[in-house]
Write a protein that binds this ligand. Structure first.
Ligand SMILES: Cc1ncc(COP(=O)(O)O)c(C=O)c1O
Length: 406
């Protein structure tokens, strides 16, 4: 696995030491997977806002906690790159022992393939010839690509495309865990598909995917645990049925940030596909964990830096980050270090912050970190991360798969 080497530097500070817009206008496609080193490190407060920040202390602790926790249980970590969309972060996950990464979409997998990632599971089905051909093209370029399938026609189509390309494609059957979103039913329907795949010469059956997205945000640890155990038990039964019928199931991949500590204890699960754990978000904090009402085993590390820009009335102050700076599918953003204030959406570009009893003064021009409601779709709004340590940004990490939802 090649390590990302910073080959590009960028002059961070504007002439005369003025506040800098740190983002380079463009980064060559061939270098989007590399950190962009700043010639002169910048203080977080000098960044042009809105800016997406990573607090490296929290981020690194989250990466290490997940890696160590799964290592201790003898279960593989295959982090989902749909969350960060960033090859620099994927490489860091490999350095800590990840067995591969997941990608949600073919275009994400293409970016990760370009970045030298050698082991990818694509977790969403595709059916069109154009996408099938793109999957095969990625598979030809890397050591190990697994593709999910959930129906016989697509399995046949993948077999034909792989045969035409002269390769054998690794295939995982996507099980419908109750999401009713993708996947084939457990038991006999899945077995029938497995038996077909085993007979197709250009496909190699490798196992099952059982990701239960509907359970990840169930509030209350015991309730979530019970639902996940019940759901994963069906996948484990299906696994047993396959093996009874002579089909080896090398992989049973599932689990996410909300259930990793439950699913990784279940006999038969081989890989955990957690995505959000490096960053966490408000939605995940609200579900609670085994010790507390707040899920704080992982710390929030992803923030949007925003500036107070107007104060038309006494009790409100307007910030420069609105719908275009945060995902809007969950709750509202919250300040990291200020209490007694409430963020309300103020439109595409603005957040209107109600000053109830602010724990510190907020003046025009002040910049604050806000916690994000939902990390994945927030990340998809930005070109770069600004990772910082002790208040200083030394490099930018391109979000190379940003907007890659094809
Ligand atoms: C198939 C699949 N696996 C894993 C994940 C990662 O989940 P989380 O971010 O909850 O860890 C997702 C997230 O949506 C997913 O769709």
């Amino acid at each position: 696995m090649p390590n990302p080497v910073s080959r590009r530097t960028f002059l961070g500070a504007a002439a005369g030491g003025a506040a800098a817009s740190v983002a380079p206008r463009s980064v060559d496609a061939a270098e989007r997977h590399l950190p962009v080193r700043l010639e002169k490190p910048l203080r977080v407060e000098s960044l042009s806002t809105p800016a997406l920040l990573i607090d490296l202390a929290a981020f690194e602790s989250n990466l290490a906690k997940m890696a160590e926790s799964l290592k201790a249980r003898g279960v593989g970590l295959r982090p989902h790159a749909k969350t960060h969309k960033c090859p620099v972060i994927a490489h860091k996950q490999f350095e800590l022992g990840a067995i591969g990464i997941c990608c949600a979409k073919v275009s994400e997998a293409e970016v990760m393939t370009d970045a030298g990632i050698n082991d990818i599971l694509i977790t969403s089905p595709v059916v069109t010839k154009e996408k099938i051909d793109r999957v095969i093209a990625c598979a030809k370029r890397i050591g190990h690509l697994q593709m999910v399938v959930d129906n016989t026609k697509t399995a046949q189509d993948f077999n034909d495309a792989a045969a035409a390309a002269g390769i054998v494609l690794s295939v995982i059957i996507d099980l419908d865990t109750g999401t009713r979103r993708t996947g084939i039913a457990h038991g006999e329907p899945a077995l029938g598909l497995g038996q077909l795949i085993a007979k197709l010469p250009a496909l190699k059956f490798e196992g099952l995917q059982a990701y239960a997205g509907q359970i990840m945000h169930v509030k209350g640890y015991e309730k979530r645990k019970a639902r996940s155990e019940e759901t994963i038990a069906k996948a484990v039964d299906t696994r047993a049925l396959f093996e009874k019928n002579g089909l080896e199931v090398a992989v049973l991949s599932g689990g996410g940030t909300g259930t990793f500590d439950v699913d990784s204890n279940i006999e038969g699960i081989t890989d955990i596909q957690a995505g959000s754990y490096p960053f966490m978000d408000l939605q995940y904090r609200a579900i609670g964990d085994s010790n507390s009402d707040v899920y704080d085993y992982f710390d929030p590390s992803l923030f949007v830096l925003s500036t107070a820009i107007s104060k038309p009335v006494e009790q409100l102050i307007t910030f420069d980050a609105g719908y275009k700076s945060f995902s809007t599918d969950a709750m509202n953003p919250e300040f990291r270090n200020v209490t007694g204030v409430v963020y309300h959406w103020g439109g595409d570009e603005h957040g209107m912050v109600q000053l109830k009893e602010p724990s510190q003064p907020i003046a025009l021009g002040d910049k604050f970190e806000l916690m994000v409601p939902h990390c994945d779709p927030t990340v998809n709004l930005y070109d770069y991360y600004h990772p910082y340590r002790e208040g200083m940004v030394h490099e930018l990490w391109p979000i190379a798969a940003r907007g890659r939802s094809q």
